[in-house]
Ligand binder design. Sequence first.
Ligand code: ADP
Ligand code: PAZ
Length: 418
Amino acid sequence: MAGDGVEVAKLEEKELKLCEDQVSHLALDIGGSLIKMVYFSSSSSCSTDDQENGFIREGTNTSSGNLEYRVLSGRLHFLKFETSKISECIEFISSKRLQHYGDQGDEAPAGDKHIVKATGGGAFKFSDLFKEKLGIILDKVDEMSSLVAGANFLLKAVHHEAFTYMDGVKDYVQIDHKDLYPYLLVNVGSGVSMIKVDGDNEFERVSGTSVGGGTFWGLGKLLTKCKSFDELLELSHQGNNRVIDMLVGDIYGGTGYSKIGLTSTTIASSFGKAVSQNKELEDYRTEDVARSLLRMISNNIGQIAYLNALRFGLKRIFFGGFFIRGHEYTMDTISVAVHFWSNGEAKALFLHHEGFLGALGAFMSYEKQGCTDIAHQFMEEHSSVAKSPFCTSDRLESSTHTDVKDNGCIECRVQVRN
Ligand SMILES: Nc1ncnc2c1ncn2[C@@H]1O[C@H](COP(=O)(O)OP(=O)(O)O)[C@@H](O)[C@H]1O
Ligand SMILES: CC(C)(COP(=O)(O)O)[C@@H](O)C(=O)NCCC(=O)O
């Protein structure tokens, strides 16, 4: 990511308001490439706008049995940092004193140890570092169950979360809660995990591939000397893969191989032209190299995903993970691959909060400890949003402050146990 320092600086400016806000429930997903952070802040100062829109600020609102709840209005924040620059994440947490806002329940230990839910391999790898630098004890949440919990939550609770993307057209898909399962969740992070989801917390990791986002970024960096992932994506946007890929037409003298369903423009062999062209890497445009690479990786993921969907008779495949990055060409290629291999039977769907599934899942696991009902209520609030006279689903959409692909926040209400 170009100038992460700058990004953090910008964040600091944006997050200055946090000092006045009450932060609660910080969760982390520390992956092979990126650290994803989710936390909730309830603003102490209620804007007129919020009041007009009927957002309840704070106060005892519900009682259920003997339990009293407070409803907090605020924001769910989404941030990411490069795992290789973990010190920036630690500095951010420290400067905002976020470590104090992990587990806020009665069982939270006294003293200078703070418990924060964390998932991803880094929750294991960096647990000593977080303890040493921030006094944080990372409470590890299983990566696959976090991904599934995050995806299920988003698909049920957030309007305009899932969409198809084909030929430049983005179509939001309305998910019927009763008809959500089963589906295949394909998380394209550094590597790729494919999970068959059958219900809430009912899932099985059915496949995976090491050819994922890390492969695209790693190979792309070596081949193009790009300095950032976004630069590589931008290059790919301007490239032409036909310069390097060997097409069916290149092999069949300009025609396709219609008998087996291959048109002349189908890629027969990714990077195949480089074999016979007698050129050095420098002779190729970096744009074209990046484009071939992106198509190769995206096609491969689309194909493996489809084959797994076929294995289990799944019609819907949701793609998440930061590799997707909301990038049109990536989504288009994956969609075409799924469409091509399934003869139009299966559909590729993408998620607006693609990269934050694991972090959201870890965030929601606070609920399980009985410390708060934050996740449950968040869900309820959002599902009831459409019925609420003062908080429509559009309101939720329009309150996405910045592009969640990078860093941003959404307004929401949560319920916490007193
Ligand atoms: N700013 C970025 N820096 C590095 N990789 C990025 C960036 N944005 C998107 N990516 C892509 O996202 C992948 C990581 O996705 P992510 O879902 O965060 O996985 P992980 O949990 O393994 O870190 C990278 O391998 C890369 O392909
Ligand atoms: C090991 C992982 C679950 C780690 O998750 P990540 O940090 O890549 O998001 C993932 O990289 C993966 O599923 N890799 C593919 C391994 C395989 O099935 O071949």
